[in-house]
Design a protein around this ligand. Sequence first.
Ligand code: VGL
Ligand code: ZN
Length: 204
Amino acid sequence: MKALLLIDIQNDFCPGGALAVPQGDQIIPVVNRLISHFDCVVTTQDWHTANHSSFASSHDGKSEYETVKMEYGEQVLWPDHCIQGTSGADFHPDLSTGKAQLVIRKGFRKTIDSYSAFFENDKRTATGLNGYLQERGVQDLYVSGLATDFCVKWSVLDGVRLNYSLFVIEDAVRGIDLNGSVEQAWAEMTGSGARRIHSDSITG
Ligand code: VGL
Ligand code: ZN
């Protein structure tokens, strides 16, 4: 069984949003077509508290995109984004979310960020997605969404580690790109064994 994973296709990650990914909205028509080819569709939703510890605004004297050391490791500090219940945290209105069977919310604990769909940034606290996919008999994971170099990459690397077959759909992802992080993300993902594919190859 195969599943399509939609990572964080939310207003704040699209042009005009608080943490806009360049051309983030351009993946939406591609993703909407893909959804029709899958019986299992799962989406994640970045879902932060106000004053979340991943926000630069929560750290005196720190600027956006600087990093800080947290108990669980290095953390990039972001603009305030995807705050629970705000329109920025909503899925993009053009995304066909109706077929999504599971919404995994992540980053909802104030003191820890969560990039991966599988684990919070301590790499230990599970979101529950693995159990869900196991119980549904999913083996092949097709990944789309935002952003290539953060939540997509971390989800893909965890998925490989958990022994799923990973397919990253290159025209259905876009990145933030801090200092070449998109190119590095592709190297890490393909180096881990994930396959880079084009959405054209998904039919039937
Ligand atoms: C993301 C930074 C902060 C992502 C989420 O979805 O890639 N990036 N929160
Ligand atoms: Zn976030």
